[in-house]
Design a protein around this ligand. Structure first.
Ligand SMILES: NC(=O)c1ccc[n+]([C@@H]2O[C@H](COP(=O)([O-])OP(=O)(O)OC[C@H]3O[C@@H](n4cnc5c(N)ncnc54)[C@H](O)[C@@H]3O)[C@@H](O)[C@H]2O)c1
Length: 440
């Protein structure tokens, strides 16, 4: 009960005070690439955090302070061991004041957003909502998803989002293994709430771990801007692929052309060609934009063309390998092809949607004997069949009929061993020009 010395707080002031004195209890649903860094961020800022994940191996790792992510160390987890607990039963969320949903949003075989994980995560928090609880969705979703969650909350609990409970969308922008210094702390965070108090609460919460939090007028603005960011990248990558095809025909180095354009200090953002795009964001998020546009009867021809262009790139790698081998009188069937780097980007072990997987499929389809080297991926299986792993070195490269640089981890591209390969296909124009190197 409030005394004369302790004036009664409004619920809004209560939330602000709980944030300030770190008594706000935070629940994170999903401890993957986006959820675990967030849980760590809040725990490091002094909040008590309960992380829920269906994957018991991840739960056990977090509780042993063992990281399974590239940017996060065991020591960082050890430092917050008294603040961060992982569990697999969402019942542990019963006393959480703020809940952040960080679950996957893959695509269905029909190329639309698969919101089953989001629906399940919402379902798991519904029993724990009480007046004042803040729920934040971080997963990338088609515009309108948060509004649907608001309807579910109201129908199922009778609590009105924006009035009784608070609901916001705060899309994740984390870039695992980013080498340019962009982290959770310095990457601006968007928040769009259902009503002003939802936005205020979500903004205040994220200001505890992000330097800049940018409020927007509606959750759908946050949802749409997130998928637009990655669509922007997809379209520009597709454009860089077209430039690379032209540069090959002209005999010009595409990377140097892009770098030269990037010396313009305004109005240009460099995108480089490669073997295709992978991960859970760039190949996926533009589909959410297209799907939403289709429902509105709006054509996004440019986006659809870019998606097709980028999706076809691994096939282009395969055709080029076959063409280069044929020029040397080597049939693709039975040819030894070594892929260097198979994860979807340098510095990570992540194989989700990695273009290398389609390259393996295509080369196998031609009867080639495919092996790979990737210091971050100890084992690789494609469609249930293992791809043999090779040891890096001049001997390995000399024994392959064709070596394909797919993902140049670390300093791989400058390793002198490339000189031993009879034939190299460089899908990124990263290797120094040499007689044995062809650029895709
Ligand atoms: N990975 C990235 O670089 C990145 C960047 C920006 C945005 N995103 C988006 O963030 C969202 C999450 O992606 P991610 O990379 O963190 O996924 P992830 O697969 O790494 O992690 C998601 C975790 O959620 C768990 N999970 C699934 N359903 C659950 C449930 N009902 N209850 C508890 N746990 C559950 C899974 O076991 C998994 O550990 C996606 O929408 C993704 O598009 C990802």
């Amino acid at each position: 009960m409030a005394t004369a010395q302790e004036p009664t707080r409004s619920p809004a002031e209560g939330f602000t005070a709980q944030v300030a004195d770190r008594t706000l209890r935070i629940g994170i649903v999903g401890l993957g690439y986006t959820g675990l860094p967030l849980a760590l961020g809040f725990a490091t800022a002094g909040f008590g955090v309960v992380g829920v994940d269906l994957d018991r191996a991840k739960v056990a790792s977090v509780n042993r302070s063992e990281s399974y992510l590239p940017d996060l160390t065991d020591i960082e987890l050890q430092d917050v061991a008294d603040k961060l607990t992982a569990v697999s039963d969402p019942a542990a969320l019963h006393d959480a004041d703020a809940l952040v949903l960080c679950v996957p949003t893959p695509v269905t075989p029909e190329q639309t957003a698969d919101l089953a994980f989001v629906d399940a995560a919402v379902e798991s928090v519904l029993p724990h909502l009480r007046p004042g609880t803040l729920v934040v969705l971080q997963s990338t979703v088609p515009a309108g998803t948060t509004a649907g969650i608001a309807r579910t909350i109201e129908e199922r609990t009778g609590l009105v989002p924006g009035e009784d409970v608070y609901l916001a969308m705060a899309p994740e922008r984390v870039d695992p293994a980013n080498t340019n210094g962009w982290t959770l702390l310095n990457t601006p965070k968007l928040v769009g709430g259902v009503g002003p108090e939802s936005t205020r609460r979500a903004q205040l919460l994220f200001e505890q771990i992000c330097r800049t939090v940018v409020p927007v007028s509606d959750p759908a603005v946050a949802e749409l801007s997130k998928v637009y960011e990655n669509t922007f990248r997809l379209v520009n990558i597709a454009l860089s692929l077209e430039l690379s095809d032209l540069c090959r025909s002209l005999g010009l180095p595409v990377r140097e052309v892009v770098d030269a354009a990037a010396t313009k200090p305004f109005g240009f953002l460099a995108h480089y060609p490669g073997p295709g795009v992978g991960g859970e964001c760039i190949p996926v998020d533009p589909l959410f934009l297209s799907e939403r546009a289709r429902r509105e009867g709006v054509a996004l021809n440019l986006v659809d063309t870019a998606h097709r262009r980028v999706s076809e790139r691994p096939r282009q790698v395969v055709d080029r390998v076959a063409g280069l081998l044929a020029e040397r009188g080597i049939p693709a069937a039975g040819a030894k092809v070594l892929l260097v780097g198979v994860s979807y980007k340098p510095g990570v072990a992540d194989l989700r949607n990695a273009p290398a997987l389609d390259v393996v499929r295509g080369l196998r389809g031609l009867g080639a004997e495919v092996s790979y080297y990737d210091p971050m991926v100890p084992e690789l299986e494609v469609d249930g069949t293992a791809v043999p792993s090779a040891v890096w070195g001049g001997g390995t490269l000399a024994a392959a009929d064709c070596t394909v640089l797919v993902t140049p981890h670390g300093r791989l591209a400058s390793d002198p061993a490339w000189a031993s390969a009879p034939l190299v296909l460089d899908t990124r124009n990263e290797l120094a020009p040499a007689g044995n190197v062809e650029v895709l």
